[in-house]
Structures are given as structure tokens and as C-alpha cells.
Design a protein. Sequence first.
Length: 397
Amino acid sequence: MASDRVRAMLSALVIAAAGAAGAVAATRGLYATALLAGLLAVWIAALNLVDTGQRPPLPPPPAPVSAGEEERRRLNAYLDLSPAPLVALDDGRLRVVNRAARRLLGASDLVADPPDGLVAALSDTRPGRTATIEIGVDTDVRSFALATGDLALAGRMTRIGALIDIDAELKAAEAGALRDLVQVLSHEIVNALTPIASLAETAVAMLDDPDPALPKVRDAIETVARRAASLHRFGESYRALAKLPAPSPERIPLAGFVNDLTALFTTRWPTISFTTDLQRAPAYLLADPDQLTAALWAVLQNAAEALHDTPDARVTFAVSTMVGQTQFTMTDTGPGIPVGHQADIFRPFFTTKTEGTGVGLALARQILRGHNGDLGLVSSVPGETRFEGAVGSVPTS
């Protein structure tokens, strides 16, 4: 390089000057000065040789990186920071996308032997939905939530999946569910048995009358029998599945269904006025009678318990036909639900009652949603609290 050539020229000139100075000094008898000039010339020459021979060569300049390659490297670095394994399904082939996926599936790119069900779950889970899949071998099996999205790459669609480890959460939920199931069963069974027992006692009292009204006795006993059978089937379903079973819809005559609810309510709470409004009700509805009874009873029971110290205590139960639905409106004249609690009343196990478990309204909403309907609190102020629920399609005949 130019700097090396300049340095060499300067070194040569200095050596020449030192040599000339030494020669002049020697001819004049200045031997010490001549020796010093010679040593200086040798020292400069040695430094020049050392610098030239040992200086390492300069590294070649780095190859230029295109903007696209730089963006790809940055994206890969971002993806590797994700703790969730990311996979891609491309033409039926499973590939790992980031470091977490490579560690989970033991592959650097193409997964030769995908875990059972993972490819099918990726194919079947539409973007915006989630699925649960288990990945592992032998006893080391973990549960993952799978969320998907679609990307258009190189003119074709690629399904991307994120695997979120939910194993710890599921195990905690399972342990809690076993404990909560006992509370649910005891809550529903006890609450259903109380009016049945009361109605049975009423029937026994009527039979003790010297001139019993046998038709009324028969009606009371038949109601007890139907509700006891309903409770038995409901409890068996819970015990067998440990969760709310799918409804088994039947074509139910609405008048008889409401009469049973009325008999149960007035027997359990004889001091509360209970009125029904069926003017706009259908003749029949399609629903699981056992589940629907449990759901509506939970709302009515909450209303009755709110009215225990209320003068002029009244509950109104109305049924009406909507477009594709049957709607139930339950209104009471109680003190109302505090504003701070209204958002929580359907949350499982939320309760303000000393002896409550907080499952009644949560279960009721779950049942109605299982019937393609819903349950909600419309309004609640002192003197009027209104709930509305609905179930799906109403038969036309």
C-alpha cells in the first residue's frame, strides 16, 4: 500500500543520512559519534524488517449483505426468542420454525416423524380457533394448546401453528374440578330434593284428611315422581361424565312443564306470590327437560332467597316465542343485586351467601348455552331484578 512505500523511503533516507554522518565523523576523528550513527542506522533497518515481516495481513472486507437477507436474519432471531414452539405445515409436510420447536420435536427443519395427531390438528384447526394436543413419549407427555394462522408464502398458503404448554394449568384445573364437582353435585341435589320433600309431605298431610282430595294428592305424587326421576337422571349423568352432558332434546308440552315448576315453587316458598305469563308462549318446546328444569330452578331459587325478608314478595315467570327461540323472563321484587357484584354473578363459585357455593347461575347459563341459547341479567334495581334466558329452535307443531 502507499503508506508502506512512504515508510520504506523514509527509512532508507534516515539510514543513508546516518551512514553519511558516521563517515564524516570518522574522517574527523569523532569515533564515538560515528559509532552512534552506525548503531542508529542498524536499529532503524531492524525495525523496518520486523514491521514488514510480522505485520499480519489485513482481513478481506465482509461480503455485502442484501436488505432481504438482513431482514430474514432479524426475523429468525425474533422467532427464536419465542418460548412457544412454532411449526409450519407446507404441502402436508411439518417443519419447525424456531429454536423452541427444534428442541421439542428434535428436528432442524423437516420433521420426519411428527407426533401423533399434530399434522391432523394443524390441518383441521381453522385460524382463530384452538385445539388441545398431547405431545411426548411414554410417561413424559405434555398437553399443548394449538393456535393457528395462515400465511401466503411464494404464492401458496402455509399453515402456521403455535404450541402453548398448558400441562401445568390442566393438572391444576383437574384437581380443582374434582373438588368443585362435589360442591356442584351437593348443591344441585340438595336444592332439588328440598321442594320434592316438601311436596311429598304435603301429599301425606292431604291423605291424613278425613276426606282427602284424591286428584290433588295424585297430582302432587306424580310431580314428585317426575322430579325425582329427573334428579336421578341428572345426577347419573354428572357421575358418569364428571361434566355437564350434552342435552337430549325432547318435545315438551309447555303447559305441563310450567305447572310442575309452579307446584315445586309454591310448595317450597308458600309465602311468595308466584305468577306465570304464557300468553305468548308456544305450545311445545324442544329441550332436555331435566337440564332445563335445573337451569330455571336455579334462577327462581335465587329470586326466592333474595325475597326472604321482603314485603309483598313476588316472582313472575313468563314464557314467550321469539324468532327461532323460546324466551324465559324471570322477575322478582327483591332488593336487587349490588352493582359491584352484577358482573360476577355468573362466574363459577362466586357467591355472597354464607352457605352458597356459587354454582347455580353458572350452571344455569351453561345449560342454556348448550341449548343454543343463553342466560343473562337484564336489569337489577331495588324492587325489580330481571333475568332473561332462551333455548333454541321451537317446533312448529
